[in-house]
Design a protein around this ligand. Structure first.
Ligand SMILES: O=C(O)CCC(=O)C(=O)O
Length: 381
């Protein structure tokens, strides 16, 4: 999917190149990457958990194999093919009903090539306070591109199967407890020479002032990489910032003199690696002026106690108090994901989700139909 491109960071290019190189060196020095490892007792290896809690992110290497990556790539090609011909169009470039058209739940997010759609705006609760530098896109670039797709598991069974990956779910249990619950799922698409930036921010809306707030209160996101990610197109994280109840992003940027935060490091992945990023960590990504695509399968999990009885943040859907029924309804997707994965990879030992011990979830035609607009039930805290 690569093609030569000619855009760069303009007046910021030299400084940006130096920053990317330096960030890469600092990222590899952190000691927070490697395959998913378990102890003899089957627990996620404590070294992994130590490094995750120390840094606020971890890179699991080699999680998704060739066959699985090929499935994902086929689905992504299909999704890209079915996008509206342009923003607002109900049909794709071939005149078919476009992906996302007529849906109730938010699905497609558009941005001008290389722009920063959220930075410095009041969108998403104003949590992206500083606009990133917006490089000039090529003159033949489209007016707007899709850079984010929400509710992504309804559009890709391969992504659903990744969601049911037994080792990733074991990590979710080790971090958030065996009764962990879903957050949301998304695809971040960073086209070469076009992909938008995501301004520095941290996620989480509901628990910053809770008396029992801690470094894990707002959960984490897995970020599965189809083509890998580089310092130029990947997410950057300020290590350790997930442990801070308060941060002042405008002051951080002002002190740095640009959005190149000196302590931030890039998440660097090969195809098939899956990063795990604490939502409370300060993170963001730059406009993709590189030659490389990034397609991230993003899916998050929370602690049940962070969600049960909590008034949702109202960002991903209508704010309501999340009760046990709502959580159970949303968590059915974990059951479907495990079952759909079992059908595709029968030799693998499936994950057993503790809250589903007495339930059976079958990935069949009814289940598929029931996924439409499923993200109206996202657990947004
Ligand atoms: O993938 C990206 O560029 C941004 C991801 C992000 O901000 C998130 O997962 O919260």
């Amino acid at each position: 999917m690569n093609k030569p491109i000619t855009v760069d960071y303009g007046p910021e290019e030299a400084a940006m190149r130096a920053y990317l190189q330096d960030g890469e060196r600092r990222a590899y020095a952190l000691g927070n990457r490697g395959p998913i490892r378990f102890t003899d007792n089957g627990a996620v290896h404590p070294d992994i958990l130590e490094a995750y809690w120390r840094c606020g992110f971890y890179v699991f290497e080699g999680v998704l194999g060739q066959a699985e990556l090929a499935d994902i790539e086929a689905d992504i090609q299909d999704i890209l093919d079915r996008l509206p011909a342009e923003k607002g169009s109900a049909v794709d470039a071939k005149g078919r009903p476009a992906l996302g058209s007529g849906m109730k739940a938010p699905s497609l997010f558009w941005a001008k090539p290389l722009s920063d759609p959220f930075g410095g705006t009041a969108l998403a609760g104003g949590r992206h306070p500083v606009k990133m530098f917006e490089p000039q896109a090529a003159s033949d670039a489209p007016k707007e591109v899709v850079y984010l797709i929400l509710g992504s598991l309804q559009f890709s069974e391969a992504a659903l199967r990744v969601y049911g990956h037994p080792e990733l779910l074991a990590v979710a249990a080790a971090v958030n407890g065996e009764d962990f619950v879903p957050f949301n799922e998304a695809l971040f698409i960073k086209e070469p020479g076009r992909g938008a930036s995501v301004a520095w921010h941290r996620d989480g809306l509901t628990h910053w002032d809770s008396p029992d707030w801690d470094e894990g209160s707002h959960g984490f996101n897995f970020m599965g990489q189809l083509y890998g990610c580089t310092p130029a197109n990947g997410v950057w994280v300020v290590p350790g910032s997930h442990k801070l109840r308060r941060v002042d992003i405008p002051a951080m940027v002002a002190a740095a003199g640009s959005e190149r935060l000196p302590d931030a490091v890039p998440i660097i992945c090969k195809p098939g690696d899956v990063a795990m990023t604490n939502r409370q960590a300060v993170h963001g990504s730059f406009a993709n002026t590189s030659q490389d695509w990034r397609v991230t399968l993003n899916f998050g999990f929370h602690r049940r106690r962070s969600v049960l009885g909590v008034l949702g943040g109202g960002l991903h859907n209508a704010a309501t108090v999340y009760d046990a029924d709502r959580i159970k309804e949303r968590a059915r997707v974990i059951g479907y994901a495990i079952d759909s994965r079992k059908r595709r990879f029968p030799a693998e030992t499936s994950y057993r989700h503790a809250p589903h011990a007495d339930e059976t979830y079958r990935w069949d035609a009814d289940a598929k139909a029931g996924m439409r607009d499923y993200n109206l039930l996202d657990l947004s805290i």
